[in-house]
Design a protein around this ligand. Sequence first.
Ligand SMILES: Cc1ncc(COP(=O)(O)O)c(C=O)c1O
Length: 450
Amino acid sequence: MPVRTIIEPFRIKTVEPIRWTTREEREQLLRAAHYNLFLLPAEDVLIDLLTDSGTGAMSTRQWAAIMEGDESYAGSKSFERFRKSVQEIFGYRHVIPTHQGRAAERILFSVMCKKGDVVPNNTHFDTTRANVEFVGAEAVDLPAQEGREPATSYPFKGNMDVTGLERLIERVGRGRVPLVMLTVTNNSGGGQPASLENIRAVRALCLRHGIPLYFDACRFAENAYFIKLREAGYQCMTPKRIAQEIFSLGDGCTMSAKKDGMANIGGFLCTNDDALAQQEKNLLILTEGYPTYGGLAGRDLEAIAVGVEEVLEEDYLRYRIVSTAYLGDHLAEQGVPIMQPPGGHAVYLDARAFLPHIPLEEFPGVALACELYLEGGIRSVEIGTLMFGSAARMDLVRLAIPRRVYTQSHIDYVIEIIQEVWRRRERIRGLKLSYEAPFLRHFTAWLEPV
Ligand SMILES: Cc1ncc(COP(=O)(O)O)c(C=O)c1O
């Protein structure tokens, strides 16, 4: 008989207390934070769903490996273990450690791109976009049509629009496209996976035009598991084998180990190109460090070496994907509008549908996020008008789930709080800005109730 209750596939060995606050305290704290959840002290948050980046819990194996960290400046044993572990899965010739994902992006684009170039992606993450634009190139998002419809459920909403990619290459010319990127899973597109069929089609097009294909691999294991669940022909393959198949179709990748590296810090850049690797290592030395540590301690390299293996364990991935879907499905059952289907690392509330009486200039996403904090001490993040201004196509509230941190009862509590907020949604009021920085305003903005 198939098991219906998917349990957390771990026992808890160390605990970190979380702190209850009263509603009066939260009202006061929120006022002091100018209605911007980034400005709250973390200790005043009960359940922190701000991000899944670097917020996961490490395993006993990772903590044990940390004690083996070799802190030699050059040629440390920890680097060799890290390289072996990464190469076993990713398969690329050169593995260059960095302090996190955006450092790998900066090095990659500095070496491969110049002013006037165009870099297509299924959807660029904000740091990827910023690093492409920083070197004077243009970052172009080409999500497949299904990925643009929040309420409709498709298995691979993270796919790239291959026809759009072909048209773009023809329009701007192959000479202006130094590389194509694919983000797995597609974070800015709702944590949705790309299929191997789509990755193969992108690869074939890139080969035809002689353009290298790189992966933004942050959530590669979640993407691999979605392929196992949803794509015909992969049910009997292990997530590791699927991940190897994905990476065999590319020329390299950038990676933030703060996600599917199961570490609190770290990242890497991979490539098969010897000449590029040499230039990348030269740049690495300038700002990150020597190529056998790249801005990380030896113990961090050890944690990542174990993390990329553990993240591919099937018990873990089953629990990860099922528990994220558990949150999304329970909310949707109550009529709460969410982006469908739930992603690998997060559930996104559709704030425009949740609070249709709040006009966009009064930030429905921020109003909803503040209300979740007031009602139950839950921290989430708005991805909408405050973050992107008038360019926002949606107003979403992302509930990102840290890896191996919260249990089912925490998630049941989150569901209960959101249901309560949903019941009295008509009484929620909008917010207005009282201070904004000239760029990336969402991090530091001050707001107040209208
Ligand atoms: C898809 C994607 N790419 C790149 C990054 C950047 O990684 P980091 O925060 O380690 O610099 C992130 C981080 O959230 C991400 O989600």
